[in-house]
Design a protein around this ligand. Sequence first.
Ligand SMILES: [Zn+2]
Length: 393
Amino acid sequence: MQFRQFQVARIFGIPVIIDYSWIPVALLHVWLLSQFWLPARIRPAWPIWLNLILGLAISGLFFGSVLAHELAHSLIARLEGIRIHDIQLHIFGGWARLVGEPRTAMAEFRVAIAGPASSFILSLLFAAGLVSIQLIGSRNLGAIGIIETCYYLMWANMLLAMFNLLPGLPLDGGRALRAILWHRRKDILSATRTAKRMGVGIAYMIISYGIFLIGFGLYRGTLWQDFMMAVWFFVIGVFLKNAAESDYRHREQQHAHEQEIRKNVEGWRVAGTVGSVMQSPVITVLPELKVSEFIDTVLAEHRLTHYPVARDGRLHGVLSLERLRRVPREDWERKVIEDVMEPISETYFISVRASIDHAERKLKSNPLGFLAVIDGDGFLVGALSAADIELAV
Ligand SMILES: [Zn+2]
């Protein structure tokens, strides 16, 4: 992944990453602005180099607006106790990558709506700028530059807000819709399914529009331009459709796994096996969580000696509090759980169906005195320490 991306800044401690796929889009944006948009709007015409400078400035502010949108999502997510891995700018815009997910429907709603809200506010600010400079009435070079900048960014931010509010996954509007349905139905899976269907519907509408454009281009005799636009709509539509479906699939797997554990846990309580003495369900920790966040959130609520480190039910390692204590305080912000956990090895896990004798032998030979318990498919289902066995006997 590293060679496809590079970090350009850190804002509020959040790394801002540029994906190489963003570069052609940024260049295309500058080119379209300075070659077509600005020459069509500015009378008397400006020399090309002046259009280029203004095009660059507007593009900078435009991508700054996209960044502000993602930053708004991120900062609200942080208020909800979710960590932000990074913000990426790529070919389809921006993406704030969160570590973990909002725990409640209200939290999800607030995080989803923060982005479009910030775009609306930016649109209003540029509109205010436009009105004020027009009231001053100056028509010198600088004034024209500011007018064009404000005009473009007022519309761009407005469109950004409106497009993102379309009510289908993976767009912000789809997340807000899911949050509302989740709140009403108390069922996140069914809410996600509806929001996914809406998202797929929107994606097909965008793709159909692309197909319509080709027909329209043939009719108008502007096939080449319309074909380029059609390809873009097509790509966006397919991207949205895949993202909506994978979001749902991910949620469905997670749900199925949780259901499965709940259903099976009674069946595993067979006397003499690990299943009869293990702790289940268990508190798990995400591998990419920062040590400082672990201390503030997980440790503050659940004081245990060991924590299985897992994502989507898959075991990555075991975190021992004793080992964590040896991490110097100045590293808490810098290190993540993955850096300080015991990476998973055969020593640290056992099957739910194994005998208690086997578990005791394993516990004695293992430096942590702790075992993660997995089911036949390798999913984490519980945890076991020597104390659990003593309590049970
Ligand atoms: Zn957004």
